[in-house]
Design a protein around this ligand. Structure first.
Ligand code: GRF
Length: 200
């Protein structure tokens, strides 16, 4: 049976759209049951509305109230998985506990390097020769949960944060759907911090 995902975003939503496209092309068997944003004018939310998807603005002025509302939507829609796609907030311990192993995030660096904001700038400043992106389960920390998938991207001498971000984003658009597939199909086991693929 097709599983349901809820997407949380705060911005332009290119990862959400890549997931949407992969579902449309039949490369990902999932249904987007809700797109939720803490920003009323987020491009991603407007796009979701245009596409006719169930779309919700949730105010996070009061974080607890905001999370309560998200829980209501996610549970009412019976989402199997919550996918953070450029959602610019740290979720509370209680929220994360409630949805243990049911929240994924994508981050534009090879974690554990460069967590937090402006990961691409951090990578350039540090001088790494390779960076990339990471899809991981969300735990109580910031960008710290067990890693489901990563992709590597070369850093060039003439890179700017924007050029590097674009190159990384192309990989993000591939690996997020691949990671969602693994999780929705229960193709993994967790061993400590390691997310291992089940042998088929
Ligand atoms: C991406 O770089 C993602 O890795 C990070 O926030 C950005 C969101 O971009 N968490 P978009 O809104 O999906 O285009």
């Amino acid at each position: 049976m097709t599983k349901k995902i809820a997407i949380l975003l705060s911005g332009r939503g290119s990862n959400f759209l890549a997931i949407y496209e992969n579902i449309r092309k039949g490369e990902l068997d999932a249904e987007i049951c809700a797109v939720i944003s803490d920003k009323k004018s987020a491009k991603g939310l407007l796009k979701a509305k245009e596409l006719g998807l169930p779309s919700y603005f949730v105010s996070f002025k009061n974080k607890l109230e905001g999370e309560k509302k998200v829980i209501e939507i996610v549970e009412c829609k019976k989402a199997d998985l919550i996918c953070l796609a450029g959602f610019m907030r740290v979720l509370s311990r209680d929220f994360v506990k409630r949805f243990k192993w049911r929240i994924l995030n994508i981050h534009p660096s090879l974690l554990p390097s460069f967590p937090g904001l402006e990961a691409q700038e951090q990578a350039l400043e540090y001088g790494v020769k390779y960076s990339g992106c990471t899809v991981h389960f969300v735990d109580e920390g910031v960008d710290s949960g067990p890693i489901v998938k990563q992709a590597v991207v070369k850093v060039f001498d003439d890179d700017t944060p924007e050029k590097l971000a674009d190159r990384i984003l192309r990989e993000e658009h591939k690996i997020y759907s691949e990671a969602i597939n693994i999780v929705l199909n229960n193709q993994y086991v967790i061993n400590g911090r390691r997310v291992l693929l089940k042998k088929s």
